[in-house]
Design a protein around this ligand. Structure first.
Ligand code: R5P
Length: 292
């Protein structure tokens, strides 16, 4: 029988998966030494067992990643037959290439580090920013959000940038949509400032539409706020959001509300919870994706 190890960032997904699969859920002791170092102890017999480690790297990302590295090592030393890791949210995915000379490829660093600690059987990532098929298994984190928009007819689905079109298409296939368009987003690589435009040929589709913007991450809310303002200026009737990873850093929620966004539906992929956000428990969907 599978053993599921829940680390400190797990937003309760491990318990849902354990219920679905009849697995044993183990919560290790996780402490901090006085100087800040992390200590983990897994007090369970893992010899010959298949183990799934569940973590979400909601800030502080680095300590959450460190927990995963320490847990992999501990599980290997306890003689597990196989080790898999599930990230309900994996940080560092947006630095998947060198944008400015002198930068690292952070995602590659994270993945290489994880696989250097132990023999990882399967690495699952919920709604990854980018899909690197040969490095991890992606689990759809936006399709389960679609049911919350079933009462809205003729939705215009909007991807906030071209890279998000495949994600938006998955969502679009499950709702009563009128069309799917994408915005042309430009981010200043030095200041982080975002600007969003819509192709002239798509501008007419926005007028009088109920819009759902589909995105993977809301962090500062800058992308959604900018997109919402643009869509409202083109005559959209209402703006809603379906987003997998609700980080909501600082005043992000206030910011998107101030930009006219109405309903906000997000996956429960991180521990932070805010009033006014509708959270969808993804655990049975994730379990079905893993176990069939
Ligand atoms: C970027 O490409 C992502 O898909 C998100 O749109 C972005 O990370 C959101 O960040 P923020 O909320 O800070 O604009």
């Amino acid at each position: 029988m599978l053993i599921i190890i829940s680390l400190s960032g797990d937003p309760g997904v491990s318990a849902g998966i354990a219920r679905y699969s009849g697995s044993t859920l183990v919560t290790p002791t996780i402490k901090r030494f006085p100087d800040g170092e992390i200590y983990i102890r897994i007090d369970h017999d893992l010899r010959g067992r298949d183990v799934l480690i569940v973590q979400s790297t909601y800030p502080d990302q680095d300590s959450k990643l460190m927990e995963v590295l320490l847990a992999i090592d501990a599980v290997s030393r306890l003689g597990a037959a196989s080790i898999s890791v599930l990230f309900t949210y994996l940080a560092y995915m947006r630095q998947d290439k060198v944008f400015l000379k002198g930068e690292p490829v952070s995602l590659d660093v994270v993945l290489r580090t994880i696989s250097s600690i132990g023999n990882i059987d399967k690495l699952y990532v919920v709604e990854p920013h980018v899909v690197w098929r040969d490095r991890f298994i992606a689990i759809d984190g936006v399709s389960p959000l679609a049911e919350r928009f079933r009462d809205l007819d003729g939705i215009l689905v909007v991807a906030p940038d071209k890279g998000g079109v495949e994600r938006a298409r998955r969502f679009y296939s499950l709702i009563k949509g009128s069309d799917l368009i994408y915005m042309v987003k430009k981010r200043d690589r030095y200041t982080g400032k975002v600007s969003s435009e819509i192709a002239e040929s798509d501008a007419d589709k926005v007028k009088n539409s109920h819009v759902v913007i589909v995105d993977d991450i809301v962090s500062t809310g800058g992308t959604l706020a900018e997109a919402s303002r643009k869509l409202l200026s083109l005559g959209a009737s209402s703006i809603h959001v379906a987003c997998a990873h609700p980080l909501f850093v600082g005043n992000a929620f206030k910011r998107i509300k101030g930009a006219g966004i109405d309903k906000v539906v997000c996956g429960r992929t991180v521990v932070k919870k805010l009033d006014g956000v509708e959270y969808v428990d993804l655990s049975s969907y994730i379990a079905r994706s893993i176990f069939g």
